[in-house]
Write a protein that binds this ligand. Structure first.
Ligand code: NAD
Ligand code: WQD
Length: 337
C-alpha cells in the first residue's frame, strides 16, 4: 500500500513510517513540523534505505493540503496530526478544537474526493474518562465526564469518523485508542523529542537520567495503587507502530475501535526503578501533590485487538526503557543534537 501519514514526522508517526517501509509499503508524510523536525523523516530514510515523499503543509488548511498532495497518489491514510498536550488544551481550548477537528474534516473531505477509503485514526485511552473497571475494554463508555479539551477532541473525532462512515459506506476506518506510548526504535536513531519541559512521565525521567533536569516530580503518592503512585499501561512505540499496520490490513467498511495497550500496569515508582536499571543512571525524585485531572489506574484490556487484528505487544517495559535510553543518551537534545 501507499500510505499517507499525517503528522508522520512526529514521535509515533516516524516509528510507524519505519515499520511500514520495512514491511514493503510506501510512505507519504504530510506534516507542518509544528511539533517535529524534518530530521526524523531523514533518519527513517537512513534506517530503511528507502525514500519517503515529504509534504510540508498545515492539514487544517484545505488549500495548502490539496496543493501539497496535488500530484501524489495514496491508497490509505493514518491520521496522527494534531496537538496532544493535555494541560495546554485547558489553556487554549479553541486552538485545540480547531487543529484537532479541522484537520480530520479536511482529511475526510479529501479522502472522499480521491475515493481513498482506508483510514486509521490516532485516538487515545483518554476517551474512556475515569475507568469503571480495572481493565478497560472497548465496550467501556466513551466521552463521559472527560476533564479536558484534548480528551473531548479525541472523542469528537471518533464521532465525526462514525458519522462520515454512515454517510459514506465504503469508508473503512479504525479508531486506535493508545494507552501510554514509550520507548524508541532500538537503534536509538529515532525517538520522542518533546519541545520544552516534557508533560509525560517517561521523557521527563529520561531527561533527568541524562542530566538535563535535576529531579522528577512524582505527582501524588496517595492513590489506591500498589505504592500510592499512578499506574499506567506503557506500550513500546514499536509495538504501537506494528498495531497500525495490523489495523490498516484489517480495516473493513464501517468503523472499528481497538485498544492498543499491553494489559500490564506499572506505577510511577516502578517506572523510575525500571529506567534506573536500564540506564545505569540515578533518577532522583520528590513527591509532589496530585496533578489536576489525573487518574489512579489506567490499564487496557487488549484482548479484542488480538482476536480481530492478531496483534499484541511483544516488547516489555524494560525493553522500552533500554531503547528510550539508547535514544536519549545518543541524542541528549533530541534531533537538535
Ligand atoms: P507528535 O506531536 O510527536 O506528532 C504529531 C505530529 O503532527 C507532529 O509531527 C506535528 O508537527 C504534526 N502536526 C500537528 N498539527 C499539524 C497540522 N495542523 N498539520 C500537519 N501536521 C500537524 O505526537 P505523537 O505522540 O506522535 O502523537 C501522534 C498522535 O497520537 C496524536 O494525534 C496524539 O494525540 C495521539 N496520541 C498520542 C499519545 C502519546 O502519549 N504520545 C497517546 C494517545 C494518542
Ligand atoms: C503518567 C503517570 C502522572 C509526569 C497523558 C494523557 C493521555 C495520553 C498520554 C495522549 C501519571 C505521573 C507524570 C511527571 C509524574 N496522551 N507523572 N510526574 O497522564 O497517563 O496520559 O499522556 O493521548 O491522554 O492524559 O501520562 O506520562 O503524563 O503520566 O508523576 O512529571 O506519571 O501523574 O500517574 P497520562 P503521563
Amino acid at each position: 500500500m501507499r500510505v499517507l501519514l499525517t503528522g508522520g514526522a512526529g514521535y509515533i508517526g516516524s516509528h510507524t513510517a519505519l515499520v511500514l517501509l520495512e514491511q514493503g509499503h510506501q510512505v507519504v508524510v504530510l506534516d507542518d513540523l509544528s511539533n517535529s523536525s524534518r530530521e526524523s523523516v531523514r533518519r527513517v530514510e537512513e534506517l530503511t534505505g528507502q525514500e519517503i515523499v515529504f509534504v510540508q503543509a498545515d492539514l487544517t488548511d484545505p488549500h495548502a493540503t490539496r496543493a501539497g498532495l496535488d500530484d501524489i497518489a495514496f491508497d490509505a491514510v493514518i491520521h496522527f496530526a494534531g496537538l496532544k498536550a493535555v494541560g495546554e488544551s485547558v489553556e487554549q481550548p479553541t486552538r485545540y478544537y480547531r487543529v484537532n477537528l479541522d484537520s480530520t474534516l479536511v482529511l475526510l473531505d479529501l479522502m472522499r474526493e480521491r475515493d481513498v477509503t482506508r483510514l486509521v485514526f490516532s485516538s487515545s485511552a483518554t476517551v474512556y474518562g475515569d475507568p469503571q473497571t480495572p481493565l478497560i475494554a472497548e465496550t467501556h463508555p466513551v466521552g463521559v465526564g472527560l476533564t479536558n479539551p484534548y480528551g473531548w477532541s479525541k472523542a469528537m473525532n471518533e464521532q465525526i469518523i462514525r458519522d462520515a462512515a454512515a454517510a459514506w459506506p465504503a469508508l473503512a476506518a479504525v479508531n486506535l485508542r493508545y494507552f501510554n506510548p514509550v520507548g524508541a526504535h532500538h537503534s536509538g536513531r529515532i525517538g520522542e523529542d518533546p519541545s520544552g519541559i516534557p508533560n509525560n512521565l517517561m521523557p521527563y525521567v529520561a531527561q533527568v537520567a541524562v542530566g538535563r533536569r535535576e529531579r522528577l516530580a512524582v505527582f501524588g503518592d496517595d492513590y489506591p495503587t500498589v505504592d500510592g503512585t499512578g499506574v499506567r499501561d506503557y506500550i513500546h512505540v514499536m509495538d504501537l507502530a506494528e498495531g497500525h499496520v495490523a489495523a490498516l490490513t484489517h480495516a473493513e467498511p464501517g468503523v472499528q475501535a481497538f485498544n492498543l495497550g499491553s494489559g500490564v500496569g506499572t506505577s510511577v515508582l516502578e517506572a523510575v526503578r525500571g529506567f534506573e536499571e536500564a540506564s545505569g543512571r540515578a533518577v532522583p525524585y520528590a513527591i509532589h501533590p496530585r496533578r489536576a485531572g489525573d487518574l489512579a489506574t489506567v490499564v487496557a484490556d487488549p484482548a479484542l485487538a488480538f482476536e480481530r487484528l492478531g496483534w499484541r505487544t511483544t516488547r516489555s517495559f524494560t525493553e522500552a526503557c533500554r531503547d528510550a535510553w539508547a535514544w536519549q543518551s545518543a541524542n541528549p537534545r533530541g534531533y537538535a543534537g
